[in-house]
Structure formats: structure tokens, C-alpha cells
Design a protein around this ligand. Sequence first.
Ligand code: ZN
Length: 311
Amino acid sequence: MTKLIKGLHHVTALAADAQENVDFYTKVLGLRMVKLTVNFDAPDVYHLYYGNYNAEPGSIMTFFPYGRIGRGTRGIGEVNFTSFSVPVNSLAFWMERLSSFNISYDMPQKRFNESYIRFQDYDGLGIELVAADGDLRTSQGMNGIPDEFAVKGFYSVNLNEIASEKTIKLLTEVMDYSIISEGNGRFRLSADGNKAGYYVDMTVNKNAPLARQGAGSIHHIAFAVETEEDQLAVREKLMSYGMNVTAVLDRNYFKSIYFREPGGVLFEVATNPPGFTVDEELSSLGKELKLPSWYEPHRNTIEQVLPKLSY
Ligand code: ZN
């Protein structure tokens, strides 16, 4: 049967200060601001989208910077690490770069066939850079990062849960994933295609506290589908399986459905089209505040409330 899920589409997280968030993802990691918009449910809060130069699905990290909110509690029932793919032989560059921003990191470690370094963003969100052999995506350096070292997009996300069976069953029986590696208490699953950006890692932790959402927490992860028809087909499969799935919601840059998987993480399935060039040119992505049509009449008020950002 045709596999409908095409790896990760985006990862969405909560942050405190908007400017600090912008600084970390554009200046430290060298991602591009690919869309500056607002939370469609609360337009006094930004929705910041970062990605690789071409704003490809599978590279899009988004944030709601809520200002003065407390930090989340790292624990079980959440995505505890988001891993980005960087070229092989780039970890030395990245360690030096993190040091130059006074960001501490763990020394490189090995897992399956890859080396990675681990650190946190300014809100404590867990990040890894994985030196990924064979990631064919091109990367374009920003803010002084040479192309040869630039982040290419996601490598994987790590679900950290109290048990793995039900989530793995959902991913493998309904969402086109299969287990491709296992070791040291970690399962690695991949969507059809088996490449960077298609991986979900699952670890089990029975002793940690339950995760609590706050700044530095992943809010949800989104999986990619190519068409609206595929999204409806996935929705049908999920509902037949007993998942409580939302109706299709229009997010301007993609259409979305949401449901909570058995281990507690909010999952979304998002369409690749229309993408981030639907309302601005590729060359000028992220330079202006974009609002959905229903907020456009309130642009002046919204712009006055949102903090000014520089990047
Ligand atoms: Zn989303």
C-alpha cells in the first residue's frame, strides 16, 4: 500500500522572550526566518517560523514566544530532544561556534552510526546536531556560517515516554513508520524513505517526572503529507484506529489535523502545499509580518502590541 507520511514537516515549541528566540535560531544556529506571523488563536503572540533557505518541510522549527512564562519541566510524555542534521565533519565547527556564544554543550557522543552534540536553547529546549552522512539536502549558510557546515533540516525527534508499545504500534500500523534500529533503550523508527528528517526516536523513562509545558517545551510535532487527499486518507485511518482527530484546519501555509498519541505527545499531520511562498517571494521570506486575512483589519493594533524584533 502507498505510504502517505513523508517524514517530519515541522516542530512547534514554546519560548519566553521573542528576541532571544530569534537570536538563538538565526544567529547561533543560522536558520532562516522563513515566516513572521502571529498565533492564529492569539494574535498578540508571534508565531516565528525558522527553516533552511528554501523553507522546506522537514526543516521548519516554529515557536510561540509567550514573553513572561515559566520554563517547562523536562520529563516523560514529550519530545525531549529535537535533532538537526549537519554535514559530516562539521561538529568541530559547531562546538567552536557554540563556545563563541557562551553556550555550553556535551562533547560529541556516538549513537547508532552517527556522532552528535547536545545543548539547549536559551529557554532550555533540548537540541542536538547530528553529523549525518548521506543527507542529500543542500544547505546554505547564514550569519557567517559557511555552506559546508550549515544546518540542513531536521534529523529526528526524540519521544520520551513511560512506555513505548502503544506509540510504536500507532506509528508502525497506521502512520507508515517502521523500526529500523534498536539499542541502549532507544528505538529508531523511520517513515518510508529512511533518511534524515524521516526519523522518530523513542526512549522509555519510568522514573522522571511528567513533562509540564512551558518555555523550552515542544508543543507538538507535525508529520508531512504530499496532498490534501493523502491527509484525509490518514485522517480516516487514524479515526478507524480510535484516535480522536480534529477536523482539517487551514494554517495558510499548510492544512493540519491534530490528535494526541497514546504516550501524550500532540501529533499533527500537515500538507506540504501550499508552502511558505504562498504570500511572499522565496527571496524575501520572513521579512514582513504576515497576518491571516481575518486579522488584516487589525494590523495596526497587532503591530503595536508585538515586540519589535531585529534579525
Ligand atoms: Zn503545527
